[in-house]
Ligand binder design. Structure first.
Ligand code: OAD
Length: 277
């Protein structure tokens, strides 16, 4: 699909490149990873759309379910981890890396994606806020003090939906206290915080943003909506890339920004090229 980048937006990105102070915040959702083959949540084949025989899929993303059925929840997350680790970053992810290289400390990435593809593509840990966690990591369920740790690389490889965790259960225990380790992700019955999910940092980034570039999210979660509302209120230029209208495209248009109706892979490389001095 060909998407025209309006002249005013080209100008705004050229100014971003020239400025010594202007800041870009990129905020991504599942749509940016769709072109890597990872299902979105609410699309036709989305994780929250296709149910399992026993559970409503969103129940899998709750601590209440983990407390009742830890192995079932782990089975679901190991399956999803297998999908993520079989995927590779796409040209959209690469373009976001190029943006960080061009702007350095004037760049910040807020991602809802737990797939880790932005980091694998080359964005820095320091400037990437994984506000819903990272599926490669585990933390102690009772928070015994052990910092989150990385799952063994092979866990989830080749898993199909509904596979049982089996003997791998021993590798999901907390090395600190021996209790359950849990996926290092944010669940529906939990709250954002700074320590795990960079809540305050994300809000601060929104306050300081001159341009907020939103890619591939439906606006269904709280912190991203706050980031959009703060940026709009502070007068940042909002740009939304998405094949479908959504709350961020409305914010963009309300504040004189742009809605680029297309996929991340269609538009991001061109925007990144505008930041090359
Ligand atoms: P959704 O599945 O809700 O929305 C995906 C968005 O991506 C939709 O607006 C699509 O139109 C858009 N999209 C699809 N393909 C695209 C493409 N190639 N390029 C650009 N956009 C595309 O996913 P999220 O908005 O990321 O949270 O969902 C937000 C959060 O809800 C997730 O992080 C997850 C979920 O519950 C937790 O698990 C805490």
């Amino acid at each position: 699909m060909s998407v025209t980048v309006p002249v005013e937006l080209r100008r705004a990105f050229a100014e971003l490149a020239q400025s010594a102070r202007a800041r870009l915040v990129v905020m991504t959702g599942a749509g940016i990873s769709a072109e890597s083959g990872i299902p979105t949540f609410r699309g036709k084949d989305g994780y929250w759309t296709i149910g399992s025989a026993e559970y409503h899929p969103q129940e899998m993303a709750t601590h209440a379910m983990f407390a009742r059925e830890p192995e079932a929840v782990w089975s679901w997350y190991l399956y999803r981890r297998g999908v993520c680790r079989a995927a590779e970053p796409n040209v959209g992810h690469d373009a976001v890396v190029e943006m960080e290289r061009a702007l350095g400390d004037r760049f910040c990435l807020i991602t809802q994606n737990v797939d880790g593809l932005h980091l694998i593509a080359g964005n820095s840990q320091a400037r990437t806020y994984e506000i819903h966690g990272n599926i490669d990591f585990v933390r102690c369920d009772v928070d015994c003090g052990r910092t989150p740790w990385r799952l063994d690389d092979d866990l989830g490889r080749g898993f199909v939906r509904g596979d049982s965790v089996g003997a791998d259960v021993a590798r999901l225990r907390c090395p600190g206290c021996g209790g359950w380790g849990r996926p290092h992700v944010l669940w529906f019955d939990e709250y954002y915080d700074e320590a795990h999910f960079r809540f305050d940092s994300s809000r601060r980034a929104a306050v300081a943003a001159d341009v907020l570039l939103v890619v591939g999210t439906s606006g269904a979660t709280n912190l991203p909506m706050q980031v959009g509302a703060i940026a709009l209120q502070k007068g940042a230029l909002i740009v939304d890339i998405n094949p479908e209208p959504n709350p961020f495209s409305q914010m963009a248009l309300a504040g004189g920004g742009s809605f680029l109706r297309g996929s991340g892979g269609d538009v991001l490389p061109e925007l990144a090229s505008l930041l090359r001095r």
